[in-house]
Design a protein around this ligand. Structure first.
Ligand SMILES: *[C@@H]1O[C@H](CO)[C@@H](O)[C@H](O)[C@H]1NC(C)=O
Ligand SMILES: *[C@@H]1O[C@H](CO)[C@@H](O)[C@H](O)[C@H]1NC(C)=O
Ligand SMILES: *[C@@H]1O[C@H](CO)[C@@H](O)[C@H](O)[C@H]1NC(C)=O
Ligand SMILES: *[C@@H]1O[C@H](CO)[C@@H](O)[C@H](O)[C@H]1NC(C)=O
Ligand SMILES: [Zn+2]
Ligand SMILES: [Zn+2]
Length: 484
């Protein structure tokens, strides 16, 4: 997936969620003498006109009367992004509207462009008409070529770069009003747009020349944006899957390990059919590539890799994602691990919060990292042999901290580490069931809340009361993500 997060979000991550709610809008132009209310009205109107086909009203009086239309469009936008459908421009809605994104409108929850336009041939040509001075021509060509490859890898399509004459897809860096009725807006905001398959301008890709284009994790990575736009050139429209390449907002992913998500593979194969496997003979049945899928929050089979509390929040880790739950907020937010911590790997296996040191420790394989708030501490990763594990222990399933002891769960055993003496307690490991009667299988994740250990094993959680020394409640794991 690619997509589109924002510098502001990166910095805001350090603030507690509640504080975030009070943050002023930052990307829009200040207009002299405008009250905050007028400003948010303008932001909403502008966004809905651009991306949700809200009719443009020339007169103030007409605007007043269109309140119900605006509420309807707001609901549509909130539905698209999985926000609470209030029809009101609340803070989470305004924040979503501030994120850098693609200029192509969001058409409901259809993944294919209305009318299902497609190229009749599969051998397509492209040409780069106008370059950006910010990257060398060779760098631009590499990024664009890689962007096409993302799609040719999983479909029968081929793309040939041509340097002269008519082509199917023309690519250019342009700014402001550039003659297609969809002006660009300067730095941030809209990053690029592309046209659906067709003659003339059909299939063409325009990048906003006033953005900073990069080859790395700085905003905005050209390859990621180009791969998204090419999706439009081929007939896909925006996906509501926040992990999909065709999600409208920009999110950074490491280009060197990028694989097209399953949602986008399904989309392109719906239009053009399966990959033909060019290296195999046409008669054989090529293996179809599969991509990562975004976890579905309320999937009843949902399991977690690791869970930790962090200063009152709870972080639930899963593959390259984590959910962040704040006790005072009804909504649980799904984030990319890479967005918060670019240097952390995906697939964190265990995590715990040491409330005495005010640190969160994250484990994968034999390595571990320490977080202070949302910052990774210097000097990490370190090796779990620091906890005096024998070399036979190469990974940890789950961990939890309680009264200066850390409990580590490995297969069907539990180890207990004394943080004051800095040594593993004698007599350990013991069988999990002997210490926590009722917890019979391996543990995926565990955290502590109010003298209760919440054990997660497969799609279920078990609440183990440390006072009563028994399981007091069992439920579906995703109840913790507010699923009914
Ligand atoms: C608003 O529109 C309705 C019909 O849609 C009309 O009856 C009403 O007079 C309009 N009000 C204003 C202030 O224009
Ligand atoms: C694409 O393939 C068709 C049919 O094989 C051929 O006629 C056409 O010239 C090809 N176009 C390009 C640009 O290679
Ligand atoms: C990305 O590359 C640009 C130059 O193209 C450089 O100025 C910037 O510091 C780099 N950012 C990172 C995070 O490496
Ligand atoms: C959604 O909005 C309604 C009405 O504003 C509110 O009562 C409800 O708590 C909200 N739900 C969530 C999950 O934010
Ligand atoms: Zn787009
Ligand atoms: Zn354009």
């Amino acid at each position: 997936m690619a997509a589109f997060a924002d510098k502001a979000t990166l910095d805001l991550r350090k603030l507690p969620l509640l504080l975030l709610l009070c943050v002023q809008l930052s990307h829009t132009f200040p207009v002299r003498g405008e009250s905050p209310e007028e400003k948010s009205t303008r932001v909403v109107q502008d966004y809905l006109e651009k991306f949700y086909q809200l009719p443009r009203n020339r007169f103030q009086s007409e605007r007043k009367n269109s309140t119900s239309v605006i509420m309807e469009k707001l609901r549509e936008m909130q539905r698209f992004f999985g926000l609470n459908e209030t029809g009101k421009p609340n803070q989470e809605t305004l924040e979503m509207m501030q994120k850098p994104r693609c200029g192509v409108p969001d058409s409901g929850d259809f993944m294919l462009t209305p009318g299902n336009p497609k190229w009749k041939q599969t051998n397509l040509t492209y040409r780069i008409i106008k370059y950006t001075p910010q990257l060398s021509e060779a760098n631009v060509e590499t990024a664009i070529q890689k962007a096409f490859q993302v799609w040719s890898n999983v479909s029968p399509l081929t793309f040939t770069k041509v340097s002269q004459g008519e082509v199917d897809i023309r690519i250019s860096f342009v700014q402001g009003d550039h003659g297609d009725n969809s002006p660009f807006d300067g730095p941030n905001g809209i990053l690029a747009h592309a046209f659906q398959p067709g003659q003339g301008i059909g299939g063409d890709v325009h990048f906003d020349a006033e953005e900073t284009w990069t080859e790395n994790s700085s905003n905005y990575n050209l390859f990621l944006v180009a791969a998204h736009e090419v999706g439009h050139s081929l007939g896909l429209s925006h996906s509501t899957d926040p992990g999909a390449l065709m999600y409208p907002n920009y999110v950074f992913h490491d280009p060197s390990t990028y694989t097209l998500p399953q949602d986008d593979i399904n989309g392109i194969q719906t239009i053009y059919g399966k990959s033909v496997g060019r290296t195999l003979s046409p008669s054989s049945n090529p293996v179809q590539p599969t991509g990562p899928s975004t976890p579905t929050t309320c999937d009843p089979r949902l399991t977690f890799d690791a869970i930790a509390t962090l200063r009152g929040e709870i972080l639930f880790f899963k593959d390259k994602y984590f959910w962040r739950r704040h006790p005072q907020l009804p909504r649980v937010e799904l984030n990319f691990i890479s967005l918060f911590w670019p240097s952390l790997p995906d697939g964190i296996q265990a995590a715990y919060e040491d409330v005495d040191k005010d640190l969160v420790f994250l484990f994968k394989g034999s390595q571990y990292w320490a977080l202070s708030g949302y910052d990774i501490k210097q000097g990490y990763p370190k090796d779990i042999s620091d906890y005096s594990f024998p070399s036979s222990v190469q990974a940890i399933d789950a961990a939890v901290y309680y009264r200066r002891k850390t409990y580590f769960f490995v297969n069907d055993q539990v180890w207990r580490y004394d943080n004051q003496r800095q040594s593993m307690e004698p007599g350990y490991p013991k069988s999990i069931a002997s210490i926590f009667p009722g917890i019979e299988s391996t543990v995926d994740a565990v955290f502590q809340q109010n003298h209760v250990f919440l054990f997660f094993s497969g799609p279920r959680y078990y609440a183990f009361d440390l006072g009563a020394h028994e399981v007091i409640r069992v439920g579906r794991s995703n109840r913790w993500l507010n699923c009914r």
